[in-house]
Design a protein around this ligand. Structure first.
Ligand SMILES: [Zn+2]
Length: 281
């Protein structure tokens, strides 16, 4: 290790600045969403079996709600533009804009070049959790998803029900694609209900038992036509391990809700990003 320079403490003491201040983003009209949600009725329900995934459709102007049932369970969420799978949820930029964990009022942003809100979180029954003494919080955009490749690298084994594989099978079945064509569409997830953080001493990604209980829910507004896929992680509540059949796992429920159209007066789907894509040429 290098000897610290004489001014090491002074350099460390420099105060940080926020990379991406969000005050200039289009405001989130939570009262409008709340009023619309108050008029909404469930038009479809999808059950996500444990250690498996399922796809769902959420048209623009509808809500979708992920509900915990039977027992504590973490879900791994992918979202695509229903008309163009190349526009998909961008976990990294969502993290850069809103922080490591998301809750009511935060948006799920899409990939370049569209970079627009795909969905807005309008209700979160776990918003009371905050940030615990370990630095943990819920609904993270820091993890990627459990996958058979990392599992093999770390443990040498073969496990077919990681979230990555579950999402791949579900998307392939939904679109009628060969598994190898579906897999590249699967991307870094929103870890719904998962409780995670980084250790203070080593900066490592950690998980701990999710505080979610049956009846808890995370509710989104679909800003554009969405195809979604949700995996009920083989880690269950992610208190001990994933990538195995060891954990107790439970189903998750996805409800699609349609509001009264009059309740959305003033809302319009967000346009794609205005950058001209010339990149200085
Ligand atoms: Zn998983």
């Amino acid at each position: 290790m290098q000897t610290p320079p004489p001014d090491a403490e002074r350099r460390r003491a420099i105060a940080p600045v926020i990379c991406y201040p969000t005050e200039t983003l289009p405001p989130v009209d939570l009262p409008l969403y709340a009023d619309a949600l108050g008029t909404a009725e469930v038009i479809d329900t999808v059950i996500v079996p444990p250690r498996d995934a399922a796809c769902f459709s959420a048209p623009a102007g509808h809500f979708f709600r992920i509900v915990s049932s039977e027992g504590p369970q973490v879900g791994d969420l992918n979202l695509w533009n229903a008309q163009d799978l190349s526009e998909r949820f961008y976990s990294g930029k969502t993290r850069a804009l809103h922080g490591t964990h998301v809750t009511t009022g935060d948006r799920l942003w899409s990939s370049f070049p569209a970079l627009r809100p795909m969905a807005t979180i309008v209700a979160d029954s776990l918003d009371w959790y905050g940030i615990d003494a370990f630095g943990g919080s819920v609904h993270d955009v820091i993890g990627t998803r459990c996958d058979p490749y990392t599992h093999r690298q770390l443990s040498g084994g073969t496990y077919h029900h990681c979230c990555h594989s579950n999402l791949t099978r579900a998307l392939a079945a939904r679109l009628g694609l060969p598994i190898a064509e579906a897999e590249p569409h699967v991307h870094d997830v929103l870890n719904v209900f998962m409780c995670t953080g980084f250790t203070r001493d080593t900066g490592q990604y950690f998980m701990k038992a999710s505080p979610v209980r049956p009846g808890d829910a995370l509710t989104f507004f679909a800003e554009i036509d969405l195809l979604g896929a949700l995996s009920a992680c083989p880690g269950g509540d992610c208190s001990t391990e994933h990538s195995s059949d060891a954990a107790s796992c439970h189903p998750l429920i996805v409800e699609i809700l349609r509001p009264e159209p009059a309740g959305l007066t003033g809302w319009a789907p967000p346009p794609v990003n205005g950058y001209d894509r010339s990149h200085g040429t």
